[in-house]
Design a protein around this ligand. Structure first.
Ligand SMILES: Nc1ncnc2c1ncn2[C@@H]1O[C@H](COP(=O)(O)OP(=O)(O)OP(=O)(O)O)[C@@H](O)[C@H]1O
Length: 198
């Protein structure tokens, strides 16, 4: 069977609370459709951690270079975490799209708002948990967070879930209850004809 083609060239913005399963879902999409998608590589002013590669994990830049690009309106979204700046550059998305890849962005609610305000064309998918309890269970079950980080993420989850209720923000809301069912919904959305996803 010939590989499926994504017919809509716009990048796909995936958001949803931490621990809901965004990464799990888009990694499945990448695995099952090799050479079709690419995760957007962000710019950051933080230094690389051992094993991180420039241009693969992040585009590592100086604060000066970052602010210069920002002043030139080069980012669709950017944010500061601690002392470090992070952003998704328009050029990165455009270069990957020109190579025939569908760019996937995994970002939080402030980033979603910025991209929407920028007018950059994109498709928006929100991944929702089946319940607050299940979200907490997944966050704990993943075993990657300390208690204070879990509490912070659960608090932020409320903000994300509230924003997902604003009409017209997302093109599709997928409840990640049964993983395979949620995956099928995501796949169907991603490969749909452009007219039916707007
Ligand atoms: N449908 C599902 N049912 C049960 N567990 C799931 C499901 N989807 C994902 N998980 C599990 O939930 C945990 C969180 O998933 P994942 O790391 O993909 O979340 P995330 O939304 O990408 O989080 P973050 O934003 O913090 O990166 C993982 O342990 C994953 O295996």
């Amino acid at each position: 069977m010939a590989p499926a083609q994504v017919r809509d060239p716009r990048p796909i913005v995936i958001s949803g609370p931490s621990g809901v399963g965004k990464g799990t879902l888009y990694k499945l999409l990448f695995q099952r459709h090799p050479d079709t998608f690419t995760l957007s590589v962000s710019h950051t002013t933080r230094g690389p951690r051992p094993g991180e590669q420039d241009g693969v994990d992040y585009h590592f830049v100086t604060k000066e270079a970052f602010l210069d690009l920002k002043a030139k309106d080069g980012f669709v979204e950017s944010a500061q975490f601690g002392d470090n700046l992070y952003g998704t550059s328009k050029a990165t998305i455009e270069e990957q799209t020109a190579k025939g890849k569908t760019v996937v962005l995994d970002i939080e609610v402030e980033g979603v708002k910025q991209i929407q305000a920028s007018g950059f064309p994109a498709r928006y998918v929100f991944i929702a948990p089946p319940s607050d309890e299940e979200l907490e269970k997944r966050l704990r079950g993943r075993g990657t967070e300390k208690e204070d980080s879990i509490q912070k993420r659960l608090k932020q989850a409320k903000v994300e879930l509230e924003y997902s209720k604003v009409p017209g923000v997302h093109d599709r809301i997928i409840v990640n209850d049964d993983l395979e069912k949620a995956y099928k919904e995501l796949e169907e959305f991603v490969f749909a004809e452009p007219a039916s996803t707007t």
